[in-house]
Design a binder for this molecule. Structure first.
Ligand code: ATP
Length: 252
């Protein structure tokens, strides 16, 4: 089944499969050094898109440019709006939410207070309380540890907390940077299952990963980056079967 056909039945929005974010000729860098070289890609509603590639390929730089933390050229259209002139707060406000590499939790705050930080721009208090309970249902470990300091938890629990904090912002697109880094395979499996559940509820996910096999195994579509360019794209299942991708990234 094609990724398109697969997406028709997914998501509660009824818009599954329609374009959510279109990135055209995005370039960005640091100081005088160009890192992203006119990359173009698309994220459709209620799908998991994997952006994969080796260390230094430019994946995090792509997320920083999309979050407007660094400047860029090119055009990004998100949910019908062009984000080029927006601040990081503005893009967060329209539902483009990033879960950063290394989690970046507030270590000395409780799990619950970290989750509430994700909802700091929301005014719907009753709904926030319900969403907290939804997070504890989705990540039971967090429910058990809701009064514990975030910094005292295991790496896997901290990653759950970072993802739940992102979800508390009510994202339209959740962008997750290196979700699996340093975590045990059993924990990574759990997190991938949660991503599938989130996607099926209509939240779109952009998963940035060095672990190419893992990300493509859980994604609907994928893009492979090398030195600031996209060099392969397609349905995730097709990319896993692509001889060049297999040789370069999968080792078989
Ligand atoms: P990783 O998996 O290591 O995060 P990546 O694919 O996300 O890799 P980036 O972090 O986007 O890659 O880095 C791309 C290039 O940009 C690298 O050459 C890196 O050295 C450079 N770079 C990243 N951050 C900065 C920065 N703050 N200042 C200068 N150069 C940077």
């Amino acid at each position: 089944m094609s990724a398109d056909a697969k997406m028709q039945g997914k998501g509660k929005t009824g818009n599954a499969g329609k374009p959510l974010m279109t990135v055209e000729n995005l370039s960005a860098g640091y100081g005088g050094e160009q890192v992203l070289r006119e990359i173009s890609f698309e994220v459709r509603r209620a799908e998991i898109v994997a952006l994969v590639g080796s260390n230094g390929a430019g994946k995090t730089t792509t997320l920083r440019a999309l979050s407007r933390v660094i400047g860029s050229t090119g055009t990004v259209t998100f949910d019908g709006r062009t984000t080029s002139a927006m601040s990081p707060e503005d893009v967060f406000g329209i539902g483009l939410v990033q879960v950063p590499e290394g989690r970046q939790l507030f270590d000395r705050m409780t799990v619950e207070d970290n989750l509430l930080m994700g909802a700091f721009r929301r005014n719907d208090k009753g709904e926030v309380a319900r969403d907290l309970e939804r997070m504890y249902a989705m990540f039971p470990r967090l429910g058990e540890r809701r009064r514990q300091l975030a910094g005292s938890m295991s790496g896997g629990e901290q990653q759950m907390c970072a993802m739940a904090r992102g979800l508390m912002a009510k994202p339209v697109l959740l962008m997750i940077d290196e979700m699996s880094l340093g975590l045990a395979p059993v924990v990574v499996d759990q997190l991938m299952q949660v991503l599938g559940a989130i996607r099926d509820e209509g939240v779109t996910v952009l998963l940035v990963e060095q672990d190419v096999h893992l990300a493509l195994s859980g994604a609907d579509r994928g893009y492979v980056m090398e030195t600031g360019r996209i060099v392969h794209e397609g349905a995730a299942a097709d990319l896993i079967d692509d001889p060049e991708v297999r040789r370069a990234y999968l080792g078989f």
